[in-house]
Design a protein around this ligand. Structure first.
Ligand SMILES: [Zn+2]
Length: 549
């Protein structure tokens, strides 16, 4: 590989929302920016998380100099423990993501040593031949970073996840100044967050959200249960501050609500006002209009606190008719059905529910089109690769880049596995890696081959029939009636299961008489059984034939 060449290897997050992982490789070194996981949709039945396929990195572990973390969301750090099972690693991170990673590692078995290096905003550090400048950005989690990276090919900017909230920024937190400065010096490549590339305009400000909460708390008559991501430390902090101002009490509900606030508090990144926090068991000691509960479960994750509350099975908290539940989050596509089911259950218990579409109680952590244009116009890159998004988000973002002055041939839309090769004057597609998403359950990989998933879907869709035939080894005559068991078949209305099974047995006796001495008899049994059941059920079932001998 040429000395001045840079390879960009997207291993996750390009073509989907989630599991972000991006390798940068030169002649002698490789770094991995983020290593996240994805929560699967219904196309992965029985799977808890998806992990990016890091084979490319694993095959070049001697070159890997470390993982650089942009921020602590699970889709950026969640797969790090899986990689640590393969190799001890250097991890470059700010304190909050580090605390979250350490907690994950404590729950994983068989992980090797993680050597943490503390990253501070605007304090440059080198990893191999790469020189990183961490630039703070606004996002829905504290300590979010973009990186300006000096590489042998030129300056690369990786935006991480970001938005621009000027009202918030005017409080002195974060500006776009650093991006302008890099733009002035010359940026070779910008890789930028595309999550909201389809949404026009500008995100609302967290300051407006704060005002909405102030109003809601002022007008509250019963208890308030606010569901939000535990990682949104700033929003949690604001709600606690408003509660304190109004002399109210706040209880935390859900495992991650406790762990995220504990880590942020221990690191002095979260101010908890005095005499405000109470244990959830004690909410009964206060007047209803004084009680605010901050809860996990805004995406109706199975087993989450709010889901259990909605189903009336939470051990410390029961919904009352006078309660109001505030959903301070977006309904993430794929979760809508679970969320609406949970909201229905909350209404059934008599509670009122407020959500984003009706009230200003949530704002995205990802910039809309105007903010994406701001990033493009500040950095003025020669080459552009949209990252973090499904294909349509990436495509839209690439068009925005062209609109902001990037040459059309230099604005490159690629998906996971497509290697890109860059020099100071050229961007071109390299090899295309064969990559698959790796499904895992309880921290362990499971078989996620297309064949295994096809079988799972077939079982779910069509059900299963088990057939056993016991025969005389010489004459192939049946020694007893065939055994037929069915599971999960949707028979046509009016069919009687016992009659259908009796018919199947009769059919199998006939099949044995006609084809019993054939070499491919087992295959014939399978085909004929499938065919028979198709006449009585909605789909041809999966058939498991056992013929002895
Ligand atoms: Zn994020």
């Amino acid at each position: 590989m040429q000395k001045d060449k840079l390879k960009v290897i997207p291993l996750g997050g390009l073509g989907e929302i989630g599991m972000n992982a991006m390798a940068l490789e030169t002649h002698g070194d490789m770094v991995l920016i983020d290593c996240g996981l994805q929560f699967p949709d219904a196309s992965y039945p029985g799977v808890e998380v998806l992990v990016p396929d890091l084979s490319y990195v694993l095959e070049r572990l001697d070159k890997l100099r470390g993982i650089i973390v942009t921020h602590g969301h699970d889709d950026h750090i969640g797969a790090i423990p899986f990689l640590l099972r393969e190799k001890e690693l250097d991890i470059y991170s700010t304190p909050f993501p580090r605390g979250l990673i350490e907690q994950k590692l404590a729950e994983f078995s068989g992980v090797k040593e993680a050597r943490f290096h503390t990253v501070e905003p605007r304090k440059k550090f080198s990893v191999g031949c790469f020189n990183f400048d961490p630039i703070p950005v606004q996002h829905s989690i504290i300590e979010a970073l973009a990186f300006a990276i000096e590489t042998p090919a030129g300056t690369v900017i990786h935006s991480g996840d970001f938005k621009h909230d000027p009202k918030e920024a005017s409080r002195g937190e974060i500006t776009f100044q650093a991006f302008h400065e890099y733009g002035d010096k010359g940026v070779l490549l910008l890789m930028s967050d595309s999550t909201n590339a389809e949404r026009e305009g500008h995100t609302l400000s967290e300051v407006d959200i704060e005002k909405s909460f102030e109003k809601i708390l002022t007008n509250q008559t019963g208890r308030l249960i606010i569901a939000l991501f535990a990682s949104n430390i700033r929003r949690l902090e604001r709600i606690m501050a408003i509660a304190k101002k109004q002399g109210k009490k706040v209880a935390l509900m859900g495992r991650s609500m406790h762990s995220y606030t504990r880590i942020a508090f221990e690191q002095n990144s979260l101010t908890i006002p005095e005499d405000t926090l109470i244990p959830i068991e004690n909410v009964g000691k206060y007047r209803d209009d004084q009680v605010i509960v901050l809860s996990t479960g805004s995406q109706a994750e199975p087993r989450s606190a709010l889901v259990r509350v909605a189903e009336g099975i939470h051990k410390d908290f029961e919904i009352r008719k006078t309660d109001t539940v505030v959903m301070s989050s977006r309904f993430i596509p794929g979760n809508e059905r679970a969320i609406t089911r949970m909201i229905d259950n909350l209404y059934r218990s008599g509670a009122d529910v407020l959500y984003e579409s009706v009230h200003q109680i949530h704002v995205s952590g990802h910039g809309f089109q105007e903010e994406l244009m701001m990033m493009l116009k500040a950095t003025r890159p020669k080459f552009f690769i949209p990252i973090h998004g499904e294909f349509r988000h990436l495509s839209k973002h690439a068009k925005l880049a062209v609109g902001s002055g990037v040459k059309e041939e230099n604005s490159v839309v690629v998906e996971d596995g497509q290697v890109i090769e860059i020099t100071a004057d050229e961007i071109k597609l390299g090899e295309k890696l064969e990559i698959v998403k790796l499904p895992a359950v309880e921290n362990l990989y499971v078989d996620g081959s297309p064949e295994a998933l096809k079988q799972k879907h077939a079982l779910a869709k069509a059900g299963i029939v088990f057939v056993a035939l016991f025969r005389n080894p010489r004459t192939h005559q049946l020694l007893s009636d065939p055994i037929v068991c069915v599971q999960g078949l949707l028979l046509y209305h009016g069919s009687d299961e016992q009659e259908v099974i009796a018919g199947a047995k009769k059919k199998l006796i006939a099949v044995n008489a006609d084809y019993g001495d054939r070499e491919d008899f087992e295959e014939i049994v399978k085909l004929e059984t499938r065919r028979y059941f198709r006449r009585h059920a909605s789909y041809k079932p999966v058939v498991i034939p056992v013929v002895i001998p």
